[in-house]
Write a protein that binds this ligand. Sequence first.
Ligand SMILES: NC(=O)c1ccc[n+]([C@@H]2O[C@H](COP(=O)([O-])OP(=O)(O)OC[C@H]3O[C@@H](n4cnc5c(N)ncnc54)[C@H](OP(=O)(O)O)[C@@H]3O)[C@@H](O)[C@H]2O)c1
Length: 297
Amino acid sequence: MRILVTGANGLLGGFLVPELVSHGHEVLATGLGPCRLCFPSGSAYAYRTLDITEPIQALEILQDWRPDHVVHAAAMTEVDPCELDPIACWHINVTATRFIASAVEALGASMTYVSTDFVFDGQKGPYRETDPTGPVNVYGCSKHIAEKAVMETVTRWSIARTVLVYGHSSNISRASLMTWVRSKLQAGETIRVVDDQIRTPTYAGDLAMGIRLLAECGAIGIFHLSGSDVLTPWDMALQTARYLNLDASRMLRVNAETFSQPARRPLRTGFLIEKARQELGYRPVAFAEGLRMSFER
Ligand SMILES: NC(=O)c1ccc[n+]([C@@H]2O[C@H](COP(=O)([O-])OP(=O)(O)OC[C@H]3O[C@@H](n4cnc5c(N)ncnc54)[C@H](OP(=O)(O)O)[C@@H]3O)[C@@H](O)[C@H]2O)c1
């Protein structure tokens, strides 16, 4: 298939582009500014600069390259900046997605939109695809409205919701909970880690595999693609410290309400992934294995 990826310079893009290429797909990776993907480009992979908030640029690239499928991963992804600048968040996450969805439909292509556990309110996680949504912050609202726009606009649509993505890719410098734990404990600092939120953290390679399966199967609908281990940030931090032989006695367990952050976080999210297992053959790794691959990659 000819697959166009937006946001290819991001964490997911660093795993998704190689995943698609290595399975024989022809890929056009797009991102803001120059290419930061760190694997050799070849005949099956090209890169073009695309700011998704520039409709003319987006239309030109889509009409010129004519993909069979578009994976729309680009987004304003950090929750607090979205809360502090809701107009920018809406522009990137909602308005641009609406436009891309219309352009995809006009081409007769299919589309996977990458979304989030933050479309839920966090009262009853882990969630399945049919559970009612109810975002509690601007980022979650923007992704929720963008999901609806994709469903209403594109005939052959899928939504890949995911949770707390981690993994090391040489194109990204963004810290994860695990890299933060490593750097702080290595520096001999004491850290406070939340133990009353729950998540099902997702190895980025698994998310990439799940999205490839969605495209290849021509799946339509919402799919929860995450890890299967239900963990608190405390559990993840402790496993990280133990794996790296770092001094976990410098970690303090705290409640989420200890932190005052601009955006509210949903307390208990995480996903039930039976639908993806049964319909796609999605098989994520255990967190311990994802941790090992993240630090060895
Ligand atoms: N990471 C997570 O824990 C997580 C959890 C749930 C859902 N998701 C969703 O998964 C998707 C992929 O996220 P990720 O983890 O790969 O996050 P990421 O590393 O922040 O990647 C997002 C990418 O979008 C790009 N972008 C931002 N504005 C853009 C614009 N106007 N035009 C083109 N590209 C733009 C960014 O470019 P720059 O790199 O140049 O800034 C970045 O490369 C997102 O839709 C996100 O909402 C992520």
